[in-house]
Design a protein around this ligand. Structure first.
Ligand code: ADP
Ligand code: MG
Length: 358
């Protein structure tokens, strides 16, 4: 296992990049701790696969350095980097048996046959394919083939890190959950450095200790699931994480008052910096309270989602979502209030420190 450091990594697929917009990765500097379990979360096209491939050596970054345990490996081959990578779609040898598919990476590294047998059996158990050890891969379902790919990534104990690129896309939902829990256990048991790419927040939040959120070629926030929920640094993190995501309302500031059209909300503190760009007040639906006092709203829609209700209200022509308990009554003249601890201010999409707040 290794500490993986990325230093000012930039990458473009274009021959003559003219501006930042031509870069799939704009500038990434980050360290993945030895033995850490990270999720890389972001929408399709934000640069997740590009970043993984730069770490494994499948592609070389246009600029910047990759270091493993402080050694520069920027020019090293994938072999030399000694990384296991599991891709979104299965990569298996169709003519080989399930057993031999898993044994392949070990035999390649001249591991002794008894050790191969031990590791392959153990991994087959983990991915639930023990019964199929002798079956050729060709006839298997996509689901089973992907489990083989996963097994091939997990079978080696000597790798510097294991990279998973949306590995459960083709797996059915129940099995997804099972495999994800197993990956987590495996991490606890062996302490592999694991990077797990996904565009699914539930997957990211349940898998990782640290979630790295990417947006448009950049890392916008790194944090625990709680940090991402409570203090999104960027509006993207606010609305991408959470269900529904954070409400973002354009505001104008007057001292510590944020004006939303003709109504205003008191901020929990004063901005400690000069603000530029568009200002938005961010509040998660969990922090919008419903009652008979506060700001008058119209209710457009009520959705029952298990033990809670999502209410879509209308505040001076803007939609605002709030979450209330399943038994909570909706007043005839509904009003809302914002819990002060849930109020965030964003300038040009980045969170503003409000002095008194953490
Ligand atoms: P993600 O994995 O987050 O969906 P990618 O890293 O695959 O994102 O892609 C990031 C950006 O780089 C996208 O705009 C994508 O179109 C572009 N891109 C990815 N691979 C290539 C490639 N081989 N050639 C040209 N552009 C690419
Ligand atoms: Mg991808």
């Amino acid at each position: 296992m290794a500490l993986i450091a990325l230093e000012k990594i930039r990458h473009t697929y274009q021959e003559r990049p003219r501006s930042d917009a031509d870069y799939a990765l704009k500038e990434v500097t980050h360290q993945f701790a030895d033995g850490g379990a990270y999720a890389l979360l972001g929408p399709s096209g934000c640069g997740k696969t590009t970043l993984l491939n730069i770490i494994s050596g499948l592609i070389q970054a246009s600029e910047g350095r990759v270091l493993f345990d402080r050694h520069d490996v920027s020019a090293a081959s994938t072999q030399e980097r000694n990384i296991a990578q599991v891709f979104q779609f299965p990569v298996v040898y169709d003519t080989m048996t399930v057993y031999d598919n898993l044994a392949f990476p070990l035999r390649n590294r001249a591991v002794s046959e008894p050790e191969v047998a031990r590791k392959v059996r153990e991994t087959l158990e983990l991915i639930g394919l023990s019964e199929m050890a002798g079956t050729r891969a060709r006839g298997l379902t996509a689901d089973q083939k992907q489990k083989i790919s996963l097994g091939r990534g997990l079978v080696r104990a000597d790798v510097n890190a294991i990279l998973f690129d949306e590995p459960l896309t083709v797996i059915d939902p129940h099995m997804k959950w099972v495999l994800r829990s197993q990956l987590k256990q495996l991490h606890r048991r062996y302490g592999f450095t694991m990077l797990y790419v996904t565009h699914d927040q539930t997957e990211a939040l349940t898998f990782a200790e640290k979630v790295v959120v990417m947006y448009d070629g950049e890392i916008v926030q790194i944090g625990t699931p709680a940090e991402l929920f409570e203090r999104p640094r960027h509006t993207f993190v606010g609305y991408f994480i959470g269900s529904p995501g954070m409400n973002l309302l354009p505001v104008e500031l007057a001292g510590d008052e944020a004006w939303i059209g003709s109504t205003h909300v008191k901020l929990p503190g004063m901005p400690s910096q000069t603000l530029t760009g568009a200002l938005e007040l961010g509040i998660r639906p969990e922090f919008v309270r419903l009652g008979r006092e506060g700001i008058a709203v119209d209710i457009a829609k009520v959705e029952d989602v298990g033990r809670r209700k999502i209410i879509r209200a209308n505040l001076e022509g803007r939609e605002i979502a709030l979450i209330v308990g399943e038994d909570e009554e909706i007043p005839a003249e509904p009003h809302i209030r914002f819990a002060p601890e849930g109020i965030n201010l964003y300038a040009d999409s980045w969170r503003v420190d409000l002095g008194s707040q953490s």
